[in-house]
Design a protein around this ligand. Structure first.
Ligand code: SF4
Length: 348
């Protein structure tokens, strides 16, 4: 039996702090926050790297989570310890329809002010009302939501594409995921000791969990990605070990993404820990020598991010959204290649 305070994922103080920081809490365990790239795209001031790499329309993206708690306390996380940590789900379970409807409502309410910006075009002001993508990654571990498959299906039925990010601590949840547009594993270090130091995981068997997650990633039919959050002078060595882990997970894509010196992470790192794009290019060139089945695809300078992809994808890094929705809503068998495209595809 859970104690009274454990029946809710957040305390009153946590709720107040999160609201002040621009989050909007939805139901008992979900939250939305407007991504900076959504605002920038609306004003015509650039697009996010997921637009550059895969064709996500940044101004039509809903950034949210279906669970506020996380099983790690990563030192590089800008969000710090505002949200709770836990090894297992607790508290009530809201329905997928409730979460989606209220998340979109809150997202649109938060965007109201930004639409009046002088650089926002009428076309984009209209388009932002039509959410086309959801980034399930805002904070916590959205994959732990017990109805995660149901909510993913509900998004796909509305022709909203889904990116789901996990830090590889819940392999049993990964095994359950039936359909998702792209599944991400964040791998924050290449050795057990370093992972413990950086992520400060709650689970004692965190290394085994991560390896199990990688094994499962290799068996997924949908598009998969390993994200390496690169912190200079911290986790940019051990190239052979990174290559081993990546081979195990066999993702379609590898994203090299610079650590950003913002928020709570400034307590642990210095601005010098942010790699330049040249540092990432150097890492990319070296790791590609060990991963001969991958190739360089693209980079996004403002985010200091680089995309590598499997050569067997034949540079089809764009998402064919119409195909994805047709496949997933008709229960057809498929592979990542079936909805990957060589040319940019619009999800209107
Ligand atoms: S895909 Fe990610 S970075 Fe791009 S707009 Fe959405 S939340 Fe922001």
């Amino acid at each position: 039996m859970l104690s009274k305070e454990r029946q809710e994922q957040l305390t009153a103080l946590q709720k107040k702090t999160l609201t002040k920081q621009g989050y909007r809490l939805v139901g008992s365990h979900s939250a939305v926050k407007i991504c900076e790239w959504t605002k920038k795209s609306l004003r015509g001031h650039g697009v996010c790297y997921k637009c550059t790499f895969y064709g996500i329309r940044s101004h039509q993206c809903l950034q949210m989570t279906t669970s506020m708690f996380c099983a790690s306390r990563c030192k590089f996380c800008w969000r710090g310890q505002k949200a709770p940590v836990s090894e297992e789900w607790y508290g009530p379970i809201d329905s997928p329809e409730h979460i989606i409807n209220h998340s979109i409502d809150e997202h649109l309410k938060l965007l109201t002010g930004f639409g009046s910006h002088k650089d926002a075009t009428e076309k984009k002001k209209e388009e932002i009302k039509d959410v086309r993508h959801v980034a399930l990654s805002l904070t916590g571990e959205p994959i732990t939501y017990p109805l995660i498959n149901e909510i993913l299906d509900a998004f796909h039925k509305r022709r909203i594409s889904t990116f789901l990010v996990t830090n590889a601590q819940f392999p049993e949840q990964i095994e359950k995921i039936k359909n998702v547009t792209q599944l991400y594993l964040s791998i924050d270090a290449a050795t057990k000791e370093k992972l413990k130091e950086i992520d400060r995981p709650l689970f004692k068997d965190f290394w085994e969990r991560m390896n199990k997650s990688l094994d499962l990633l290799a068996t997924r039919k949908y598009r998969t990605c390993i994200r390496l959050s690169m912190i200079k002078s911290e986790n940019m060595g051990d190239l052979e070990k990174y290559a081993e882990l990546i081979k195990k997970g066999s993702p379609d894509f590898i994203e090299l993404k610079s650590y950003m010196w913002v928020g709570e992470s400034q307590k642990y790192y210095k601005i010098e820990n942010m790699p330049y794009i040249e540092d990432l290019e150097d890492f990319s060139n070296k790791i590609l020598q060990l991963l001969t089945e991958y190739e360089y695809i693209s980079k996004h300078l403002p985010s200091r991010a680089i995309l590598l992809a499997k050569k067997s994808l034949n540079k089809k890094h764009w998402i064919n959204f119409p195909k994805f929705f047709d496949i997933t809503t008709s229960n057809k068998n498929y592979t990542a290649k079936d909805y990957s495209s060589k040319k940019i595809e619009s999800n209107k």
